[in-house]
Design a protein around this ligand. Structure first.
Ligand SMILES: Cc1cc2nc3c(=O)[nH]c(=O)nc-3n(C[C@H](O)[C@H](O)[C@H](O)COP(=O)(O)O)c2cc1C
Length: 407
């Protein structure tokens, strides 16, 4: 027979989970997020709908984004066991520097709209983690401000080429002078993609105060308080505004750029060059022939062409064809550390993550970015240990395949 008795108060007390008063409410909510998807849900509650949709959305039917994400569900590892995986080294060599993890932070535009901490917060967390961060031409923090705010971050600069070449030339010189070591030339943006959520939400740059937005204020007072009490939102490297981001891309940037412009870039930029937005084997070969240092298989997170292919599915043949001449990276659809490991196992030197850290920024500013990177880091490390890989080089030798179907 079970002997029953009531617990004494001093026996009950240790069982009560009291909130850690040293952590803010936001930090405690972030602590309870178990995945990047959970952080995304928190971002949905915290940010105005139009802002969330600017990040979360993609072009037209959003099929390119869906495909990019679904491709990761086809990954199948054959794990190896009975290996000593007590110590795991997650670092990679990338464009002449060490990156503590096999992923880095993709350039994203209009970042301060998501949270007033913006790019400087992202850069600070990148430095803590020992990974690189790409500042966008459409950034809301200038080249100089970011360098001053986070001198220890390995900084890359992403270039969109204006019709007026004096502007990109100036940006390249300033980025070079302020310690940015790699130029990311984005080439999938001949014109802006058609992002329907932005049209439906009436999201313009800068955001307009309308009756709708005033109603939104009541639902998201913290976001509006930040916007109305900090530096006005504007592009740091662009004087043109108005319309959606897609409209802006079409109006300001040059649809006429070709491979020949790489030679022009070399005249103004002495660092490494990475071409971002390659979506076919043929273009990967052309990029390698141009002598760039790296390419990113990317469909811009599905924000440009709709019905495009999934970078992950293209990766093995591209890595096999040009991987000995140019560093091959991948982005699009990465929402977990397992996705990162899978991309590396299938041939990527490393990956770029975009939305994942932006969800963190919307959910909790700098703390949110930190939480996302903590989650990704833990998932990378754990996946490596569970497939029996002690180093990223061993991940490259791991047995992995893409199953023919999603099951
Ligand atoms: C809100 C947002 C803004 C972006 N802005 C830029 C940009 O200014 N320049 C650029 O080259 N890519 C930009 N991208 C694309 C990212 O660099 C990256 O290719 C993409 O986010 C990867 O897919 P993922 O978001 O699924 O990780 C942007 C992506 C998002 C989500």
């Amino acid at each position: 027979m079970t002997q029953r008795r009531l617990l004494r108060p001093q026996e009950i007390l240790p069982l009560v989970g009291l909130p850690d008063r040293a952590r803010t409410l936001t930090q405690r909510r972030l602590d309870r997020c178990a995945s990047v998807w959970d952080v995304r849900r928190m971002a949905l509650r915290r940010a105005p709908r139009a802002v969330f949709d600017y990040v979360d959305g993609a072009a037209m039917s959003e099929t390119s984004l869906r495909r990019s994400r679904e491709a990761f569900r086809r990954v199948e590892f054959t794990p190896r066991v009975l290996r000593d995986v007590a110590d795991v080294d997650t670092s990679i060599e990338t464009l002449g520097g060490r990156n503590a993890l096999p992923f880095l932070l993709a350039p994203t535009g209009f970042t301060r709209m998501l949270h007033t901490d913006g790019e400087t917060a992202v850069a600070r967390v990148a430095a803590e983690k020992g990974i690189a961060y790409g500042l966008s031409t459409l950034g809301t923090t200038s080249i100089e401000e970011l360098a001053a705010a986070s001198p220890d971050t390995r900084r890359w600069f992403q270039l969109y080429v204006n019709r007026d070449r004096a502007r990109p030339e100036d940006l390249m010189h300033r980025a070079g002078a302020h310690g940015y070591d790699t130029l990311i030339l984005t080439v999938d943006t001949a014109v802006g993609g058609i992002r329907r959520r932005e049209v439906r939400n009436g999201l313009t740059i800068p955001p307009q105060l309308t009756v709708g937005t005033l109603a939104e204020m009541a639902l998201h007072p913290r976001w509006w308080f930040d916007v109305l009490t900090t530096e006005p939102l504007s592009f740091a490297s662009l004087s043109t505004t108005g319309g959606t981001v897609g409209d802006l891309l079409t109006r300001v940037f040059d649809p006429g750029i070709t491979g020949e412009d790489v030679a022009w870039i070399r005249e103004h930029w002495s660092g490494r060059v990475m071409i971002k937005g390659i979506q076919s084997l043929e273009d990967a070969r052309i990029a390698a022939d141009l002598g760039v240092d790296a390419l990113v298989l990317s469909n811009h997170g599905g924000r440009q062409v709709d019905m495009g292919n999934a970078p992950l599915e293209l990766l093995p043949e591209v890595a096999a064809a040009v991987g000995d001449r140019v560093e091959v990276y991948l982005d699009g659809g990465i929402m977990s550390g397992t996705d990162v490991v899978a991309a590396v196992a299938l041939g990527a030197r490393g990956v770029l993550v975009g939305r994942a850290y932006l969800y963190g920024l919307m959910a909790g500013g700098e703390d949110g970015v930190r939480r996302v990177l903590d989650i990704l880091e833990k998932e990378v490390r754990t996946t490596m240990q569970l497939i029996g890989a002690r180093t990223v080089d061993e991940v490259r030798q791991a047995e992995v395949r893409l199953r023919p179907t999603l099951r």
